[in-house]
Design a protein around this ligand. Structure first.
Ligand SMILES: Nc1nc2c(c(=O)[nH]1)N[C@H]1C(S)=C(S)[C@@H](COP(=O)(O)OP(=O)(O)OC[C@H]3O[C@@H](n4cnc5c(=O)[nH]c(N)nc54)[C@H](O)[C@@H]3O)O[C@H]1N2
Ligand SMILES: Nc1nc2c(c(=O)[nH]1)N[C@H]1C(S)=C(S)[C@@H](COP(=O)(O)OP(=O)(O)OC[C@H]3O[C@@H](n4cnc5c(=O)[nH]c(N)nc54)[C@H](O)[C@@H]3O)O[C@H]1N2
Ligand code: SF4
Ligand SMILES: [Mo]
Length: 737
């Protein structure tokens, strides 16, 4: 007789963690659908869940540990046991640590997809490593969050919008990137009286809905934000009471923004003076207003988080902080009757890392806002106000260029081992050639990759470990400690083949390296039980509810406890930046390559290049294997180009075209788009071709259409505060292929 069951899980095909019901027949996943009983996601799912079973059981989805035989990149692999894999890795790590020190190991991580980060962090702390970790967050959200932590001691989250009267979408395209937010926008619009301002060089669905669409030159957002401040301050449109009581350094900010009258910003951005003034007034006078940061401005290198610095000031001086319908600020996870959930920051064991070890972190004194130097300034305030450690995931990250340099040159010290987890740096990091050279270097004596697939990055590794997916492991998450809500989901089926969840893997590796006493919980389920126990909730209850929220969540929490900053206020003039030796006030800087900063390049590279603009159904480089169903619907990479520009270049709709920068060239198909500025080209990121050979030189078509072949990682182009790089606002040329 066949056995059917339904499990309550949370989808991790992207980071929205929609509650789902997983249908299982005789132990095999057959279907996934939205769970209508979940009060947060209310049955919402996107198209991706329809492909879940094909994805889970795809013949190339890894099921066993692999060890490289032959040279890196030869594509020759041998199946080995977990015991052999972990024993050999532990032995090698021990040897490298003895010879070169614990800091010679680095970690690379990827975007949050439901997996906890603390097991890796705990392992690193116990290994004696200064948390030498790199990840795309340095140019995606975490750089922005590190600025927010410095200025307000917290992180913004997007509200449900039901009480919002003005929404600013700044470099974000939720129609393609956040179906949940798009649902909130549509619901709010139906009620009427809702203003929208969209800032995007490209006409998107939300730009079409907007009351004001600001189509600015890519990378000039900082000038716009400062002009809004100029208008709002000079016209007296700010919240005087809030400014007086809750901000530090308003006068200095007011003086600085005099450098950015709308006329100057109009020249820089290409916007009209009226549009700049009208949008500033609309934002300041329609309350409550929420100003949502998109990815775009995190990816504009040198000026990136200065944009966020100005936006924090905009949210604050208009009195839109932590108010109903405004910019909510996260605290420290749910609290029930004064008892708290045990966040990931508690499990990291950061206190095991001595100050001397922290100073050995790569980039410690270089990109200081995302190194221990910055963390050491913000975390005491966090601890003072919340009585909790600040999570390292918010705050630490080393720009990849420093790691590649340490591997290749041994400076400032040798990096000999790397563990890459849920991450495909050959796809995400700027300047693929640089990443490739580091991965090929014999100086890198050990490279372990934890993955679902043999990606281009995995093809250059020494060991590839098969990791259990969200259908094969439970979820208990506060989104890397960003959220006040805990999301839960159960393990739908036992791991397929020999896949293992990350807790099990790090525990087994740690145990082999003398860390046994620090890994007391036998399974990840046991850890989860201990995390939710203080709340008086059992594992079964978490699964049934799907999430846990605080029993009360008052708005304007700062009125009770102050802001977790040195001054207890919103720091419009940042004491953290001042102590770190940076300008404490926001300013505008031209992109490293632009018609203004490098006019000498525009002869050869006349167009502005944007990469990214994420799109459905893919999530970064995932789901591109033939046989799942998504790639069949979207087989080729697509670049947007204005019809007039295309006509001049003799390029038609659907033609393959070369896009070339000073770093290299790639091929994508042309999509003629009247909604893009005539001097801008937008290429899709994260393209590889799993069906092509994994051996060199192809590495699954790594070099053919991958946007990061075009991007730069030279020091002059990186943000001096975080090391963030440019994935937008570079210069390129385009021609027919
Ligand atoms: N389908 C899908 N959804 C995703 C992802 C995915 O891979 N696929 N990835 C997820 C992740 S990790 C992230 S970070 C988010 C990103 O999602 P979003 O924050 O929405 O960012 P993007 O889609 O990269 O770009 C948004 C817009 O920025 C515009 N833009 C380009 N340059 C500039 C500029 O200089 N200034 C301004 N103001 N705008 C500019 C682009 O035209 C684009 O329309 O999406 C998440 N959701
Ligand atoms: N040029 C350019 N570059 C970009 C961007 C851009 O817009 N333009 N976008 C940037 C952004 S916003 C981001 S967030 C990054 C994305 O960077 P990443 O999030 O690192 O994304 P991927 O490169 O797709 O690599 C993720 C890998 O993790 C694997 N994986 C997924 N889930 C798990 C898991 O639970 N455990 C393990 N062990 N593995 C898992 C997947 O199979 C996949 O191969 O790219 C960045 N790079
Ligand atoms: S939006 Fe789609 S992919 Fe993301 S969690 Fe929800 S169902 Fe899964
Ligand atoms: Mo991202």
């Amino acid at each position: 007789m066949s056995r059917e069951e339904i499990k309550k899980a949370a989808c991790c095909f992207c980071f929205a963690n929609c509650a789902v019901l997983v249908h299982i027949k005789d132990g095999v996943v057959t279907k996934v659908e939205g769970n209508k009983e979940n009060a947060l996601s209310r049955g919402h799912v996107c198209e991706r869940v329809a492909y879940a079973a094909k994805w889970l059981y795809h013949p190339e989805h890894l099921t066993h540990p692999l060890k490289r035989i032959g040279q890196r990149g030869e594509g020759k692999w041998q199946r080995i046991t977990w015991d052999q894999a972990l024993n050999e890795i532990a032995l090698k790590l021990t040897d490298i640590k003895a010879k070169y020190g614990a800091e010679s190991l680095v970690f690379a991580e990827g975007t949050y997809r439901g997996s906890p980060f603390w097991p890796r962090s705990r392992f690193a702390s116990l290994f004696g490593n200064p948390q030498n970790i790199t990840h795309p967050g340095i140019s995606c959200m975490l750089n922005c969050n590190s600025m927010q932590m410095a200025l307000i001691g917290g992180i913004f989250m997007v509200p449900a919008l039901s009480h919002t009267n003005c929404l600013v979408l700044w470099g974000q395209n939720p129609a393609d990137t956040s179906s949940r937010m798009m649902g909130s926008i549509n619901r709010r619009r139906e009620k009427g009286g809702f203003k929208m301002i969209v800032i995007d060089p490209r006409r998107t669905k939300v730009a079409e809905m907007a009351d004001i669409w600001l189509q600015l030159r890519p990378g000039t957002d900082g000038a716009l934000a400062l002009a809004w401040l100029n208008v709002i301050i000079n016209e007296g449109l700010y919240d005087k009471e809030f400014v007086e009581r809750w901000t530090f350094g308003f006068d200095k900010l007011a003086e600085r923004v005099q450098e950015y009258p709308p006329e100057r910003t109009a020249e820089i951005t290409g916007l009209s003076v009226n549009n700049i003034i009208d949008s500033a007034r609309m934002f300041a006078t329609t309350k409550p207003a929420v100003l949502v940061r998109g990815l775009a401005t995190d990816q504009i290198g040198r000026n990136s988080i200065r944009v966020e610095q100005a936006r924090v000031a905009l949210r604050a001086i208009t009195g839109n902080l932590d108010n109903d319908g405004g910019n909510l600020i996260t605290g420290v996870g749910p609290e029930i009757q004064g008892k708290r959930f045990i966040r990931e920051s508690h499990l990291e064991l950061l206190d095991k890392i001595t100050p001397a070890v922290k100073e050995r972190q790569l980039g410690f004194d270089k990109y200081k806002l995302m190194s221990w130097a910055g963390y050491n300034l913000t975390s005491p305030n966090f601890q003072r106000v919340y009585g909790e450690p600040e999570s390292s995931m918010h705050r630490l990250g080393i720009t990849p260029a420093l790691i590649w340099k340490a591997i290749l040159t041994g400076k400032p010290y040798p990096v000999k081992a790397m563990i890459t987890w849920g991450s495909n740096p050959l796809m995400w990091a700027a300047n693929t050639q640089a990443t490739y050279e580091a991965f090929k270097s014999p100086n890198l004596e050990l490279h372990v990759v934890g993955e679902y697939w043999l990606t281009s990055t995995a093809e250059l590794a020494d060991y590839v470990l098969p990791v259990a997916s969200w259908l094969e492991k439970p979820l208990c998450s506060t989104f890397e400690d960003f959220s006040e809500v805990v999301f839960g989901g159960e393990r739908s089926i036992p791991p397929v083949g020999e896949r293992r969840d990350e807790y099990a893997i790090w525990r087994d590796l740690g145990t082999r390296m003398g860390q046994a006493e620090y890994w007391p919980w036998k399974t990840y389920e046991e850890v989860i039980e201990s995390q939710i126990k203080p709340l008086g909730v059992t594992y079964e209850q978490l699964i049934n509810m799907g999430f846990i929220k605080s029993d009360s969540r008052p708005f304007r929490g700062y009125e009770q406890r102050g802001f977790p900053t040195a001054t207890g206020k919103v720091e419009l003039y940042s004491t953290v930046l001042e102590k770190l030796g940076y300008d404490p006030l926001p300013f505008y800087e031209e992109p490293a390559e632009s018609p203004v900063s490098t006019p000498e390049l525009t002869g050869e590279y006349p167009l502005i290049l944007n990469t990214g603009g994420h799109f459905m159904p893919f999530f970064h480089s995932e789901y591109r294997h033939l046989g799942i169903g998504m790639r069949e619907r979207h087989p080729d990479p697509i670049a947007d180009i204005h019809p007039e520009t295309a006509a001049k270049l003799n390029i038609d709709q659907g033609d393959w075209m070369w896009i070339e920068t000073r770093r290299g060239k790639i091929k994508q198909r042309a999509r003629l788009n009247e909604g893009i500025l005539p001097n801008v080209v937008n290429v899709q990121a994260s393209w590889w071709f799993p069906e092509k050979s994994g051996a060199e030189p192809s590495l699954h078509g790594l070099w053919e259409s991958n946007a990061n072949v075009l991007t730069a990682n030279n020091e002059e182009s990186l943000d001096p505060l975080t090391g963030g790089w440019y994935a937008r606002a570079l210069l390129c040329k385009v021609y027919k292929a």
